[in-house]
Design a protein around this ligand. Structure first.
Ligand SMILES: O=C(O)CCC(=O)C(=O)O
Length: 289
């Protein structure tokens, strides 16, 4: 492994080269249990709220409080429909402390710094994804993320996708098309299969590019940019495929306020302006000191 101490951030030269050539990079075990604890608590808090509501509405008899993280949400909805689930959204973007802790995690920011430098803005588009077996919208069609913000000048936007349980072929891990990050943004359509309006590409637009399946252990991060073509398959398991996809860009770029309020996550030029938890909870993109 070549290490080069002159390089900013935590990635090695080989990792940078792999990212630049293939358009993605897998960082095995980037996060440990300690890093994952606060965001996992945030996910469990939301599941508590959902269980309380379903119980109060008489939809479930048991809130299944003792069920492990991996199973509880799947079991809560086992006798309900995917429409019941989609009431809570196909992915979640709540402002709960654990998500700020995750998005500000230095291990993540160090890796991102290698790609875009040390002035880092956390893009407003971040998703907590509880991919539940019964919900068709858990599977995401082939797409480029850029199709969700075609008019934004922000480039590149880096996705950091992190699994919170082992992501497997059975529970619907990520699949990507290497080297497609250099493609222009392809014409997309809204899929009709899940009814939730994912942007999607037709099979014929994928050309002959090969597919790489990315089963990964919990705590592993997959980095890619917003032109790389990717998808995920349905969850055929008995548990939830929990993951998050976070996004980062350089501070000079369009903050994409039409998608929400992101925040200044790291700055060596203006360290006092980095958003605190309180700023983030109040939807302030920077700390005003
Ligand atoms: O997590 C998934 O299943 C899909 C993620 C995705 O499409 C994304 O991060 O852009």
């Amino acid at each position: 492994m070549t290490t080069n101490r002159e390089l900013p951030g935590s990635l090695t030269l080989e990792q940078l080269e792999q990212y630049n050539r293939e358009g993605f990079l897998v960082l095995e075990d980037l996060l440990d249990n300690h890093d994952m604890e606060a965001p996992r608590q945030a996910m469990m808090q939301k599941v508590d709220w959902i269980a309380d509501e379903l119980h109060a509405d008489g939809r479930i008899a048991d809130k299944l409080e003792g069920e492990p993280f991996k199973y509880r949400l799947a079991k809560l909805f086992a006798e309900l429909t995917d429409q019941d689930f989609l009431k809570y959204g196909r992915s979640w973007r709540d402002r709960i402390e654990g998500y700020y802790r995750l998005m500000s995690n230095p291990k993540i920011l160090n890796a991102v710094e290698s790609l875009i430098g040390g002035e880092i803005f956390a893009n407003p588009v971040y998703n907590v994804r509880p991919k539940v077996p019964i919900v068709a919208a858990g599977a995401v069609p082939w797409h480029q993320d850029k199709s969700y913000w075609p008019d934004s000048s922000a480039n590149p936007v880096i996705t950091v996708w992190i699994s919170f349980v082992d992501a497997t072929l059975e529970n619907g891990c990520l699949h990507i098309k290497p080297r497609t990050q250099r493609k222009k943004v392809l014409e997309w359509h809204a899929e009709t299969y899940t009814g939730t309006g994912y942007t999607a590409l037709h099979e014929h637009q994928l050309g002959k590019s090969k597919t790489v399946e990315l089963p990964v252990k919990a705590g592993t991060a997959i980095l890619f940019n917003d032109r790389l073509i990717h998808m995920s398959t349905p969850n055929g398991s008995d548990h939830v495929r929990w993951s998050v996809d976070l996004r980062y860009q350089s501070t000079e770029q369009d903050p994409m306020v039409q998608h929400g309020i992101g925040f200044l996550a790291r700055s060596s030029k203006f360290p006092n302006r980095v958003a605190t938890l309180e700023d983030w909870l109040a939807e302030r993109p920077e700390h005003e000191g």
